[in-house]
Design a binder for this molecule. Structure first.
Ligand code: NAD
Length: 320
């Protein structure tokens, strides 16, 4: 018989900050800094304590794999025994990443807004390695970082963002499914965002595109589960990458890149940790591997609790 676990001790404390008061639960337990460790795309050590190579013999295709979260994930997958096809619209960066990641990485030029190029990238994986086990639809753009009011929204810009962030994902899912359904197995991943969980965290086109992804995942999971194929998405908090640094630099045009990175790293809520590319890579590794063999239709939020609460914003004493 299952015994109820003792409730974790929690104390609610009144915090005063910026002249405002709010209640917060104390003792997140993360102050030791144990959340912040680990490796990154540059190959620093992995302190996850995982044993063995969890993608041994697997073949993965990662869109937007030339930089940022895609590159970090490619590096992590290779470390765990996978052979990785990096599909990216930036050929120069893609070839450079291929060289950096070594012989287990192969770059294919691919603009995810062009279905034929996505189909070709999948074909390349199958032609080179005879199969496709993991398809990570990760390529995405933010669009203009200083959003106009919805009343002034440029529908061309909206379409542009949706074509990459939603159309590109769907093309990737479609062409992966064409290989995985006959194989009777496979794991499809998509990168969403916390901007797809709460309003106000990004420009409207970006946020709307990211809200769409968990819906796509559920819809497609309903069909693919009958074929033994899993599909999930990952919703990260802000992480300093080329895209996010450029977007935030537009908001703080006078700031140095280092300052912009500090701003991004300071956006989190979890004490003693910041969101890093390796956190997404590890989430992707879990979902891609057999450890997640019964996980499908899921949105794995990697945000240090950011989207799970909102504090009551009481007025300051002077107001009362
Ligand atoms: N960095 C963050 O803060 C953050 C947070 C949440 C979600 N995300 C999402 O993570 C994903 C990866 O972004 P990143 O932060 O690593 O940015 P990044 O700029 O480092 O990488 C994005 C990659 O996608 C490629 N790309 C862009 N358009 C493409 C297209 N049409 N076809 C193929 N490749 C294309 C770029 O060339 C680049 O290599 C995106 O979907 C983004 O929305 C990022």
């Amino acid at each position: 018989m299952l015994r109820p676990l003792p409730l974790l001790a929690r104390h609610r404390s009144l915090i005063v900050a910026n002249g405002k008061k709010f209640y917060s639960t104390g003792g997140s337990g993360s102050g030791s800094g144990s959340n912040g460790g680990g490796g990154d795309s540059a190959g620093h050590s992995d302190s996850s304590g995982s044993s063995g190579r969890r993608l041994e013999g697997k073949v993965a295709l990662i869109t937007g794999g030339a930089s940022g979260l895609g590159k970090a994930t490619a590096h992590h997958f290779i470390k765990h025994g996978a052979r990785v096809i990096i599909a990216d619209v930036d050929a120069k960066l893609g070839l450079q990443t291929q060289r950096e990641l070594g012989p287990q990485a192969h770059f294919v030029p691919c603009d995810v807004t062009l279905e034929c190029q996505v189909a070709e990238a999948v074909q390349t994986a199958v032609a080179r390695h005879g199969k496709l086990d993991v398809m990570y639809n990760n390529a995405g753009i933010t669009g203009h970082s200083i959003p106009p009011s919805i009343a002034d929204l440029d529908l061309e810009e909206f379409d542009r963002v949706m074509r990459v962030n939603v159309g590109g994902m769907i093309a990737g899912i479609k062409h992966a499914a064409r290989v995985m359904i006959p194989a009777g197995s496979g794991s499809i991943l998509c990168t969403s965002s916390i901007s797809g969980l709460m309003g106000g965290l990004g420009p409207h086109p970006y946020a709307i595109s990211k809200f769409t992804i968990p819906g796509i995942v559920k819809s497609v999971a309903s069909e693919l589960c009958r074929h033994g194929v899993r599909i999930n998405c990952i919703s990260p908090a802000p992480i300093p990458t080329k895209t996010s640094i450029t977007a935030i630099a537009h908001i703080f045009p006078a700031a140095t890149t280092e300052k912009v990175i500090d701003v991004i790293n300071g956006l989190g809520e979890l004490k003693g940790a910041k969101c890093e590319d390796i956190d997404v890579a590890r989430a992707a590794l879990f979902l891609a591997s057999d450890e997640a063999k019964y996980v499908t239709g899921h949105n794995l939020v990697v945000d240090g609790g950011f989207t799970c609460f909102k504090n009551l914003s009481f007025p300051s004493d002077q107001f009362l």
